[in-house]
Design a protein around this ligand. Structure first.
Ligand code: 5AD
Ligand code: SF4
Length: 339
């Protein structure tokens, strides 16, 4: 099928087939890529309007029990200085995020069981008492009892990236995780009533464009409401130090195709994309992104949350300026998922 036909079907609101998604991802000609980007932009405005939602990110601990081969926070990376924020520090940042006009806080950490069921419950309750923020958790593969308690305590959303839907690559990159178990947790989160976010990395060793198409189908089939895709960036203190970095341009194309395939799913301009692509935040917003996560981690800790090197910094003022300069607006509600 020709590109024009695929794009026409997408504009008509059809669910694209696997082969059509692959056709989009294989597009190399710059003029044809522009057609994909224009369609993605039109569909973003049609399904979501001009609103861009800001989520205040707090990376509250860089301890991690796992050893993912791609990630600088892996337990065996002894060159990294580790930190943990106290409950008081976390709640204080939450209050600051609300003062700055944001509507959502994202509490993110490595997989760190030092923060117990009870401790996280108290943090969630306190943030809910002191602010009107929606709370997104991003704490890795936690127990069902924990996920349940945190939902009951007031958590609204949970981010758990599936990373790649290809089970062989998953086993390679996350040698101490189980693919089935991780996907099982995504199911549990939906059943518990969380708004669920997932996503993955682009240009992992051995990954094909077909794998990326399957990543998008995975999000669509499982009715996941948010999806973050960013390029793999090698980190010098991991086993993948010598692997090639993902391509910024392919990652931008993946974002545009994600918008075309997933329609009203929330798609962030990922920090990894901003890190690799000149003017990446603006370009991401132009081809389908409708979420940005400005970083509110206290500066002394921020440089230690090094999942990959040279992470882009996202200041709130810059973000607001880019949004307005594109004729978009900052979302004024909590920006709940729409599926
Ligand atoms: N390059 C790109 N993204 C990475 N992540 C972790 N390490 C890297 C890397 N080297 C992403 C993964 C993970 C989240 C913590 O950050 O998608 O879910
Ligand atoms: Fe830990 Fe997540 Fe990094 Fe894996 S990707 S090492 S679970 S922080």
């Amino acid at each position: 099928m020709t590109l024009a036909k695929v794009l026409a079907r997408a504009r008509a609101g059809m669910d694209l087939e696997r082969e059509e998604i692959i056709t989009l991802l294989e597009t190399a000609d710059p003029e044809e890529r522009s057609q994909i980007y224009e369609t993605a932009e039109a569909l973003t405005l049609y399904y979501l309007g001009p609103e861009v939602h800001l989520r205040g990110l707090v990376e509250f601990s860089n301890y991690c029990t796992r050893n993912c081969n791609y990630c600088g926070l892996r337990a065996d990376n002894h060159r990294l200085n580790r930190y943990r924020m106290t409950s008081e520090e976390i709640v204080a940042v939450a209050e600051q995020i609300e003062l700055m006009g944001l509507k959502t806080i994202v509490l993110q950490s490595g997989e760190d069981y030092w923060y117990t069921l009870e401790m996280m419950t108290r943090i969630i309750q306190e943030i809910k008492q002191k602010t009107n923020l929606a709370i997104t958790l991003s704490l890795g593969e936690r127990e069902f009892t924990e996920l349940k308690a945190w939902k009951e305590a007031g958590a609204d959303r949970y981010l758990l990236k599936h990373e790649t839907v290809n089970p062989d690559i998953f086993a390679e990159i996350k040698p101490d995780s189980s693919y089935e178990h991780r996907l099982g947790i995504l199911d549990q989160l939906s059943q518990l009533g969380y708004q669920v976010g997932s996503g993955g990395m682009i240009a992992l060793p051995g990954q094909s464009l077909t794998d990326l198409a399957d990543d998008l189908l995975f999000i669509r089939t499982n009715k996941i409401g948010m999806a973050g895709f960013g390029p793999f960036i090698p980190h010098g203190d991991t086993p993948y130090r010598g692997y090639p970095s993902g391509s910024g341009e392919l990652s931008l194309l993946m974002l545009a195709v994600a918008r075309i395939v997933l329609r009203q799913v929330h798609l962030p301009a990922t920090t990894a994309l901003e890190t690799l692509l000149q003017d990446g935040r603006r370009r991401a917003l132009e081809v389908g992104a409708n979420v940005i996560m400005p970083n509110f981690t206290p500066l002394e800790y921020r440089k230690l949350y090094e999942i990959y090197p040279n992470k882009a910094q996202t200041s709130l003022d810059e973000v607001r300026e880019v949004i307005l300069s594109l004729g978009r607006i900052v979302g004024t509600d909590s920006g709940d998922v729409l599926i």
